[in-house]
Design a protein around this ligand. Structure first.
Ligand code: AHM
Ligand code: MG
Length: 332
């Protein structure tokens, strides 16, 4: 089954079905193809020209994260299906007036257009992460910050795109998680991973251990637990440094991803609205758990667009074990 067929077949699942959410997912699918095409050419930068240069065809070369940001914003804006967009790449949210300037669309999108982009130069997987909410302000009025600062449990959809060995779209509208793989020859996504769920057990832990000395004591203790020769441990350490790829692998194989707070970054590195909320929504939909070490990510009431949070996500029992280690120490 193709993604297009899947979207049509599942349209009735939505409470407020007017086809708007389906059209939105369709637009993301389209923009993802455009970005995929560009990301695939990243290794040709010496031939096609560096960011900031004009290439041989007279095109201005852009950094890929800027390119991806514009591609998603343009696609969603031109098709007039959302009333607002907030992007990790933009300081403020963008208001979209919609058809006839009436502000009559109901969804806002929050997006990290190209996450892990430092990996691009070395041909390692990167991703796009998106999150969709229904607006809380009345239709027909311009969106406000309030529409974007909603707790993650209010998401109506979330997903990611991996530009990896294959390009995949994985998303959920709150009825489980499904993954689609792009056949580049045809430009079509096929349902390759129906009903994705964390396996019953996990043996992978993913964390940037280079920062170990700065981690909270509970996380240090948990890492030692992962490395201990006991029962089914030591676990395997796998860390790509690309959130989408690390979480995707752990969802398929079983494991835990951790980005803790440190003394230097008391809120951690990852962004609540563009990275953690959508990943937490998918993790929960796949039967896993996501927390900041103490509380559910999806219950955090956001106070600002670019807010950061510590993040622990993966197999439910693994996250609960990590939380038990954290609970022994007062919250920093
Ligand atoms: P970015 O939004 O600047 O790309 O940073 C987010 C990325 C995540 O994909 C990844 O999990 C993390 O940063 C890696 O950080 P670090 O290099 O500190 O381990
Ligand atoms: Mg990011």
């Amino acid at each position: 089954m193709t993604l297009g067929e899947f979207i049509i077949e599942n349209q009735n699942e939505f409470k407020y079905s007017s086809g708007e959410l389906s059209r939105l997912i369709n637009s993301i699918r389209l923009a993802a193809k455009v970005v995929n095409h560009e990301v695939n050419k990243a290794g040709l930068v010496d031939i096609l020209g560096e960011a900031g240069e004009t290439n041989i065809q007279g095109e201005d070369q852009q950094k890929l994260d800027v390119y991806a940001n514009e591609a998603f914003i343009k696609t969603l804006t031109n098709r007039e299906i959302v009333c607002g967009i907030a992007s990790e790449e933009e300081d403020d949210f963008i208001t979209i007036k919609g058809r006839n300037g009436k502000n009559d669309n109901k969804y806002v999108v929050l997006i990290d257009p190209l996450d892990g982009s430092s990996n691009i130069d070395v041909n390692v997987s990167v991703g796009t992460i998106f999150s969709v909410f229904r607006r809380v302000t009345p239709e027909g009025t311009p969106v406000t910050l309030e529409d974007f600062l909603q707790p993650g449990h209010k998401q109506v959809a979330a997903g990611y795109i991996i530009y990896g060995t294959s390009t995949m779209i994985v998303y959920s509208t709150g009825h489980g998680v499904n993954g689609f793989t792009l056949n580049p020859a045809l430009g079509t996504y096929y349902l390759s991973h129906p009903n994705m769920e964390f396996p019953a057990t996990g043996h992978i832990y993913s964390v940037n251990e280079g920062n170990y000395v700065h981690f909270p004591q509970g996380i240090k203790d948990y890492i030692k637990f992962c490395q201990k020769e006991e029962e089914d441990r030591p676990y395997t350490s796998r860390y790509i440094g690309s959130l989408v790829s690390d979480v995707h692998r752990n969802m398929v194989k079983g494991g835990i991803y951790i980005y803790p707070n440190t003394a230097k970054d008391p809120s951690g590195k990852l962004r609540l609205l563009y990275e953690c909320n959508p990943m937490a929504f998918l993790i929960e939909q796949a039967g896993g758990k996501a927390s900041d070490g103490y509380r559910r990510i999806l219950d955090i009431e956001p106070t600002e667009l670019h807010q950061r949070t510590p993040f622990v996500g993966g197999n439910k029992y693994m996250v609960e074990q990590a939380e038990a280690f954290m609970a022994k120490y007062p919250r920093a």
